[in-house]
Structures are given as structure tokens and as C-alpha cells.
Design a protein. Structure first.
Length: 370
């Protein structure tokens, strides 16, 4: 399934073209070789170069077939340093285990030498998503269907943030429809409460950030919501300076909790608009605005390379599905993987908080900005 054609094959190697045109290489290795191959193929080139150099400095040779007591390249099983796991390979090179997501030669070796690698966030730490859509705008499923689906998955909460009125292509809500939706969400929450469940749908909006940085709803309407995500969906052609001012003005608004998909990129489809990302991150740090890690695989926005900088500024991450159908709830797992590449821990991610603590933080965001 998913394979369009086989481009090469042999006893232990094969290459296939997946539907969509992506090439995938397949390898078959023996049990003894497996930990070495796994380590080799899950690190980038730069990471592997450092690993091989560390082996040489210790009188060893490292390749995809093993770690050997030798001064020259070899695959002689008699010289193999037997390691059953990746952890053992790293320990042989005087390093604590480096998770695959960090194998980029971007500081992981210095941290591993000192035993200071962080405990990265796990997808099971996540309690819900704060940016999602229903059939009130451009999502597929009804509010009640969404609530029961994600509750069965084990989520503690799930925000409904349908589009605002300027996103007319996405059937964006005006103030009247938004207030009707708030009532509908409250009724569903009452149903859960009657059954003794603490699960909660959160009211919200993915409100458009307009050309001048103003928002698509007035302040009094936004104040009625649990969660406000500010995002750009039009006017992508502004200059970098103009776009940066636009977004900074939006995150300075006391009603905005989260900045959604900061760059607007769609991987393989649309380039990001021009914006000074570090300046926006700095503004979020000043205002206490959280930045979304949009876990839709066509977005993965904010990019993982920017999260260490955001973290250094004290900006919190929200891993959001931007779900438009129930099965998109699985994007939480993908988002956690990208967050791990950005060196993020459980403490760095807001939606690892249980419901009561999250509601408290949502309230504090508004107080901090006023």
C-alpha cells in the first residue's frame, strides 16, 4: 500500500517510489547489525561524521554495520564491539543516549558529554489541541461528534476555533453564529458533566489578522471565548517589514492567546510569506503570547529550527492539530515529534497542562497584556 513502483531491488536493499513521487530506500539487516544501522540512518550526515570521529579517537571504527576494534574500515565480525541497543553504542563513545530527533550536530554532543540532554516532550504528555475546526466553518464533523471522538482518545479538552467572517471561503463565522456556537458547546459540556466526565470542549476562534494587524472580531466578542488563535489567511504579499508589524500588532492584543502558523507556509505547495520571525518571537515573549506548532504535516509551523530561540526567550509552545476532521487528531503525535526536534520539554508545551491549570493560564494571558 502506498507504493507506486519499485525502482531497484536486491537481497538486502530496495528502492521504491511512493504514491506522490517520494523515493524511499529499504534495508534488511541482521539482528546483530540492527542497532548500528538504526543509529546510522536516523542521524543526519553531520551527526554521523562526529560519531565516526569519536570512534576513531578511541581506537574504534563505526559504520552502519557495527562498532569495531580496528584502525581501518572493516566489517569483520571478530572485531565487533557487541551492542544490543543504540544506548550502548553511545555509551561506548562516552555519551549519554541522544534521541533520534536531536541527531543534527546542533549542540547535542556537548550536552550528551555533560549528561545534560533534556527529557523531551512525549506525545502522551499532550492533553488536547487548542486549534481545531468543525462543520460550522470548513471542518467535516459536528461539534458533538468531535467531542465524543477525542474524549474516547483520552483527551482532557479540545478547543473549537472555527474561522472568523473574513475567511469567507472557509465559511467563517460572524458574531451571531459564533455566539450560537458558544451556546452549542456549553450544551455538549453539560452532557459530559451529567455523565460525571471532566472532559470539556473549549470555545474559541481562529480569528483573522487583518492587513493592519487588527482582528476580525471586536474585543467584546473575543472576550467571551476560552481560546483565541490569531492567524493570517490572506494578504500574503506584504513586505517583510509590513508583515512583521502586522503580526506584532496582533500579538499585542490582550485577547490573543496563540499566534497560529506563523509563516503561513504549506510544505511542497506554498512558500512562507516574508516575515522577521525572530522579531515576532521577541514580541510574543514581551506580551506572553504563545506560539503554535501547527502539527498538520503540510505546515509544521513554527519550524523546528526556531524553537530553541523561542524557548530561550521564554515563549511557550502549543502543539495544535489544526484538525478539520476527526482523524486529524492523530497529528498530535506528529507535532510532538517536531517539538522534540526543537529541544522542547513537557514544561515548554502549554497543552501538557491539565484542564484546570490550562484555564488558569488562559486567564493569565489576558491579564498580563492589559
Amino acid at each position: 500500500p502506498g507504493v507506486a513502483s519499485v525502482s531497484a531491488k536486491g537481497d538486502t536493499k530496495a528502492s521504491v517510489i511512493l504514491q506522490g513521487g517520494v523515493r524511499a530506500d529499504l534495508r534488511v539487516v541482521g539482528d546483530a547489525e540492527f542497532p548500528y544501522a538504526l543509529m546510522y540512518f536516523t542521524g543526519n550526515k553531520e551527526h554521523n561524521i562526529v560519531m565516526r570521529q569519536r570512534a576513531i579517537e578511541r581506537g574504534l571504527r563505526l559504520n552502519e554495520y557495527g562498532l569495531f576494534k580496528a584502525k581501518e574500515e572493516t566489517r569483520d565480525p571478530k572485531l565487533l564491539v557487541h551492542c544490543k541497543t543504540e544506548e550502548e553504542i553511545y555509551h561506548q563513545l562516552d555519551l549519554s543516549y541522544i534521541p533520534p530527533e536531536l541527531r543534527e550536530d546542533k549542540g547535542e554532543f556537548a550536552a550528551a558529554e555533560k549528561g545534560e540532554l533534556p527529557r523531551l516532550v512525549e506525545w502522551t504528555d499532550l492533553k488536547g489541541s487548542l486549534h481545531n475546526h468543525s462543520n460550522w466553518s470548513d471542518g467535516r464533523h459536528a461539534l458533538e461528534d468531535i467531542a465524543y471522538y477525542v474524549h474516547e482518545l483520552g483527551c482532557d479538552y479540545w478547543a473549537i476555533t472555527d474561522h472568523s467572517k473574513s475567511s469567507y471561503v472557509a465559511n467563517g463565522l460572524d458574531a451571531r453564529r459564533l455566539r450560537d456556537q458558544i451556546k452549542a458547546v456549553k450544551q455538549i459540556n453539560e452532557q459530559f458533566a451529567e455523565k460525571g466526565s471532566d472532559f470539556r470542549l473549549l470555545t474559541g476562534s481562529e480569528v483573522d489578522i487583518l492587513a493592519g494587524g487588527e482582528l476580525d472580531f471586536p474585543q467584546d466578542v473575543l472576550a467571551e471565548l476560552d481560546v483565541v488563535v490569531g492567524s493570517i489567511h490572506q494578504g500574503f504579499s506584504q513586505s517583510e517589514a509590513g508583515m512583521t508589524r502586522r503580526i506584532i500588532r496582533a500579538v499585542q492584543n490582550p485577547q490573543v492567546h496563540i499566534l497560529g502558523h506563523l509563516t503561513g507556509r504549506l510544505l511542497l505547495e506554498r512558500e512562507p510569506y516574508q516575515v522577521n520571525q525572530q522579531a515576532v518571537i521577541d514580541a510574543c515573549a514581551e506580551t506572553g503570547t504563545w506560539i503554535e506548532l501547527n502539527a498538520n504535516p503540510y505546515r509544521f509551523d513554527l519550524d523546528w529550527r526556531l524553537w530553541p530561540y523561542a524557548k530561550s526567550k521564554g515563549v511557550k509552545c502549543v502543539i495544535n492539530c489544526d484538525a478539520h476532521r476527526n482523524e486529524h487528531a492523530g497529528f498530535l503525535r506528529l507535532g510532538a515529534g517536531i517539538a522534540r526536534k526543537g529541544w522542547l520539554t513537557k514544561a515548554d508545551v502549554i497543552n501538557t497542562l491539565p484542564l484546570k491549570a490550562l484555564l488558569k493560564e488562559l486567564g493569565r494571558r489576558r491579564v498580563r497584556k492589559t
